[in-house]
Design a protein around this ligand. Structure first.
Ligand SMILES: [Zn+2]
Length: 591
């Protein structure tokens, strides 16, 4: 005995546009539709689930033929795609009459229309979907049951199953020559639910003699609907329905920026790389912190180029390059951000600006900026008002940049150009990393801060930095070093910074195991670590210097330039060195 379902519920069909569909649609816009509105045939694949019924659209929905990739439990439904070239056209559904004309010419062929617009710059797609003959058939439902159909119908179903084993199923077929029984596949496992697609099938058949609809459900279940007084509406009524409901159609919006924008793809891929380090190697790595911190690179030469590239590798976003030089013909072979063409742009090839441009070319999501800035050098007498103005302007910019950033890398090629950034960095308690290279050796260190009281780059000597660059001979104006040394040094400097960021040091506690100073050389291929406290007479970071800089800034900034003994007197080494004859050394190394 069959058990009657308690209540029959109509399930509404919904469109499902897959990623492959959007991908193909974009290609069609670019290669075929271009600037025109377009009306094309489109195939939807009807599938059901327990909850919803979907008409699925794939990349091969645009092909006007069966796709061998699709087999099994899917129906093909023909419909139309109405593509709009502008959002304005889409909002007004401008070519509706043209769409209706296509349907009118083959009224039984098309089941649905998708009105769609795609913005290929923002990857946002808008569309509306309408099932054409949803309300075009009326009938009385006299009875229904869920018993297995009689042997004759069962045999027909089995034969059809065998015939359509490896192709897309027909949306419906008849069990008899009189076309009184129609069989429709429906994968809804719920026995008491029927798809609203039935009306479309009945209308497409253009047959008002149907008495039985057999729904083939999953798991060998069936539902037979016994109907009478089938009434098919005229196509003109369908159009009237369509026109009146068109403004009430639901608007679907799909934002695929994350999926299609190459910049977003690159960003996700970079972040994934960093996260893999975290997931696989160091679970405590704070990747978000690295991403959020702001990095200031003073010096955009060999070291600056390498460090900035390593920063990108670590997923850093905010990178500011500073330099006062231009890209020379000798630079590109060693300075990894520049190429020969940059050397030839004589008018505007400022290193820092080009470096920032290049970082964005490598990784468009990088927030890279460049500043062409002369770092004020202590001891350079301010000869006139112009020099004074220039000095204060540069100093203010330098101070602001250091204040705005979290980590400052000192990567210039002279000792004195590191002095002001060291003073300001200490005054604002920033993490300052110094990197310096000689011919076959290098030095990398982090400057001490208010908590750990470690020394700075200047703590180990008592020589006041003075302007030496002006008197340099040609061979002293650029650092002569083995090319690999700069890479070792830059890599070490960046890794030291990353270790600091991920150590308790960053949280203001203790130092953890992060090295303070690293010296390496290629004579023995050796690397050594050193650790020392800050020197109370340091010419850059001592308390007296900090006090003077913070409390008597005007006097400090002026005297630093014009009084050759001011720094020594302030930090208290003047007496110490006045009796010591310091030999002039000029070995080329800055450490
Ligand atoms: Zn110091």
């Amino acid at each position: 005995m069959s058990k009657k379902p308690s209540k029959i519920k109509m399930l509404h069909i919904k469109p499902m546009l897959t990623l492959s569909f959007y991908n193909e649609y974009q290609k069609k816009i670019l290669d075929e539709y271009k600037f025109d509105n377009a009306i094309r045939e489109l195939t939807g694949f009807y599938e059901t689930s327990n909850v919803n019924q979907f008409l699925r659209f794939e990349d091969f929905s645009f092909e006007n033929k069966k796709n061998p990739q699709i087999t099994g439990h899917l129906f093909m439904l023909k419909g139309l795609l109405a593509h709009y070239s502008t959002i304005d056209n889409f909002n007004k559904l401008n070519n509706l009459d043209a769409v209706l004309k296509v349907i009118e010419n083959s009224p039984l062929k098309f089941h649905f229309v998708i009105f769609i617009y795609g913005d290929l710059k923002t990857f946002v797609f808008k569309y509306k979907f309408i099932l054409l003959h949803k309300n075009s058939v009326e009938y009385n439902l006299n009875d229904y049951d869920d018993k297995i159909p009689n042997d004759e119908i069962k045999k027909i179903i089995e034969e059809n199953e065998e015939k359509n084993k490896n192709v897309v199923n027909q949306d419906f077929y008849f069990a008899d020559n009189d076309k009184k029984t129609i069989i429709l596949k429906d994968f809804t496992s719920k026995i008491n639910k029927i798809p609203d697609l039935i009306n479309n099938c009945l209308f497409s058949n253009n047959n008002d003699k149907i008495e039985t609809i057999v729904l083939e459900k999953t798991e060998g279940k069936y539902l037979s609907l016994f109907i009478s007084e089938v009434k098919l509406k005229k196509i003109s009524e369908t159009f009237d329905n369509l026109k009146s409901s068109i403004n009430e159609l639901e608007l679907f919006t799909t934002d695929l920026k994350q999926m299609f924008n190459p910049e977003s793809i690159a960003e996700n891929a970079v972040d994934l790389n960093i996260n893999l380090m975290k997931w696989r190697m160091c679970p405590n790595l704070d990747t978000q912190l690295i991403k959020e911190k702001k990095y200031l690179l003073i010096g955009s030469g060999t070291l600056g180029c390498h460090v900035s590239r390593c920063l990108l590798g670590w997923g850093a976003r905010h990178i500011t390059m500073v330099d006062n030089g231009k890209v020379s013909y000798s630079n590109p072979v060693r300075q990894s951000l520049y190429n020969f063409k940059d050397s030839t742009r004589i008018e505007d090839n400022f290193k820092a600006l080009i470096a920032a441009e290049k970082l964005k070319e490598i990784f468009p999501m990088a927030d890279a900026k460049g500043y062409n800035l002369n770092i004020p050098l202590p001891g350079r007498t301010l000869i006139d008002d112009n020099a004074k103005q220039e000095y204060y302007k540069n100093l203010e910019l330098l101070e602001n940049l250091i204040k705005e950033h979290d980590i400052v890398f000192l990567l210039t090629d002279s000792r004195e150009s590191r002095w002001y950034p060291t003073v300001i960095g200490k005054a604002y308690n920033k993490l300052v990393i110094t990197a310096a290279i000689g011919f076959d050796s290098f030095l990398v260190m982090r400057h001490g801060n208010n908590e750990n009281k470690l020394g700075c780059y200047f703590c180990t000597d008592i020589v006041t930095p003075t302007d030496t660059s002006g008197s340099r001979t040609l061979d002293q104006q650029c650092t002569i070093s083995r090319p690999g040394v700069s890479m070792l040094c830059s890599g070490m400097a960046l890794e030291l910074a990353m270790s600091c960021l991920n150590s308790p040091l960053n949280k203001g506690n203790d130092d953890g195991d992060v090295p303070h100073q690293i010296r390496g050389n290629l004579i023995e291929f050796a690397v050594h670590q050193y650790r020392f406290n800050f020197n109370k007479n340091c010419v850059a970071c001592s308390d007296n210097m900090m006090k003077e800089y913070k409390e008597n800034r005007e006097k400090f900034t002026l005297n630093v330039m014009n009084d050759p003994y001011y720094i020594e007197k302030t930090c208290g080494v003047h007496e110490l060195i006045s009796d010591i004859k310091i030999e002039e050394t000029n070995e080329g190394d800055d450490f």
